[in-house]
Design a binder for this molecule. Structure first.
Ligand SMILES: NC(=O)C1=CN([C@@H]2O[C@H](COP(=O)(O)OP(=O)(O)OC[C@H]3O[C@@H](n4cnc5c(N)ncnc54)[C@H](O)[C@@H]3O)[C@@H](O)[C@H]2O)C=CC1
Ligand SMILES: O=C(O)[C@@H]1CCC=N1
Length: 285
């Protein structure tokens, strides 16, 4: 089978994929590729927790029993989906087992392609990706960036893997910490807002269940409107009747510095992403 293309009978073939780390992000990618038609025999996961490995193989029918080195030996694409602090150890395990030309995709926050290139065989193609958890329902947003030895073909292959989980955009690597702060961590900000809105409903006397139901559906509906392509400001203005309730509420959000809080939060996330790289490098020395 070719890593990227069409089989002898005209059927689409998929690259053999190894996902190292079966946690939140590993599972999101696994669910995405299987839902988009990857054959379960072409995907393998590694996971040191036997409980978790059994859960993944039980749910998805995917092989999750082998170690990292054995698993990458038969892969065309290897996705490293462990915590940044564990990446150095995983690379040490797989570097001798990787076949030449195998694409290594990193989803780890903060770690630059150079971190991988310094630890993998010379010339190894690396693509750095920042995905997010809505990938698990095919609504993810990923930014991808090529390492020194990744060609257009490698980028296209990474795009193909990530496209199974939602939107994929290309970005300069220098922007990936910013991407992490916006779309990587971003789902948590939205869930935070959902929780805060529900809490506000409780303050006003609604039951907790009803408040959460209304807050969640408001976010889902608003997301659908945004997805239609209209500018967020236009959509906000459409809700804000002159002299009405919404403008009174938004004035309070401004007065409490909510916009400024989002800007500060994004800066903190970007800075933490940079620190994660520094910590992983110190640990790997
Ligand atoms: N959770 C998120 O929203 C996002 C996470 N990421 C990145 O994805 C990576 C994974 O994060 P999560 O999935 O959230 O963490 P997680 O803790 O849920 O998953 C990591 C998994 O790796 C496994 N693991 C640990 N050592 C291993 C080894 N040596 N070999 C194979 N597997 C091993 C752990 O048992 C765990 O199941 C991180 O680098 C993170 O920065 C990126 C974007 C979003
Ligand atoms: O919180 C984190 O470090 C990871 C990276 C982006 C989202 N979750």
């Amino acid at each position: 089978m070719s890593p990227n293309g069409t089989g002898p009978t005209g059927t689409t073939t998929h690259p053999r994929l190894a996902i190292l780390g079966g946690g939140v992000m590993g599972e999101a990618l696994l669910a995405g590729v299987l839902a988009s038609g990857w054959d379960v025999d072409d995907v393998a996961v590694t996971e040191p927790s036997a409980l978790r490995a059994n859960e993944l193989s039980g749910t998805y029918g995917v092989r999750a029993a082998d170690g990292n080195a054995k698993t990458v030996r038969r892969a065309d694409v290897v996705v490293v989906a462990v915590k940044p602090k564990d990446v150095g150890g995983v690379l040490a395990e797989i570097t001798d087992a990787l076949r030449p030309g195998t694409l290594v995709i990193s989803v780890a926050a903060g770690l630059p392609c150079a971190f991988y290139e310094e630890r993998l065989p010379t010339g190894a193609p690396v693509v750095r990706v920042m995905p997010n958890t809505p990938a698990v329902v095919g609504k993810g947003a990923s930014a991808i960036s090529a390492g020194t030895h990744a060609t257009e073909e490698h980028l296209a292959l990474a795009e193909r893997v990530l496209a199974s989980t939602g939107l994929v955009v290309r970005a300069d690597e220098k922007d990936l910490d910013a991407v992490t702060a916006i779309s990587g961590s971003g789902p948590a900000y939205v869930f935070y807002v959902a929780d805060a809105m529900a809490e506000a409903g409780v303050l006003l006397g609604l039951t907790r269940d009803r408040a959460r139901q209304l807050a969640v559906q408001t976010i889902v509906g608003s997301a659908a409107l945004l997805d239609g392509g209209e500018h967020p400001v236009v959509l906000r203005e459409r809700v804000s009747s002159p002299g009405g309730t919404t403008v009174a509420a938004v004035r309070e959000l401004d007065a409490h510095g909510v916009r400024a809080a989002f800007l500060a939060a994004a800066e903190a996330a970007r800075d933490r992403s940079r620190e994660l790289a520094a910590e992983a490098t110190t640990r790997g020395r």
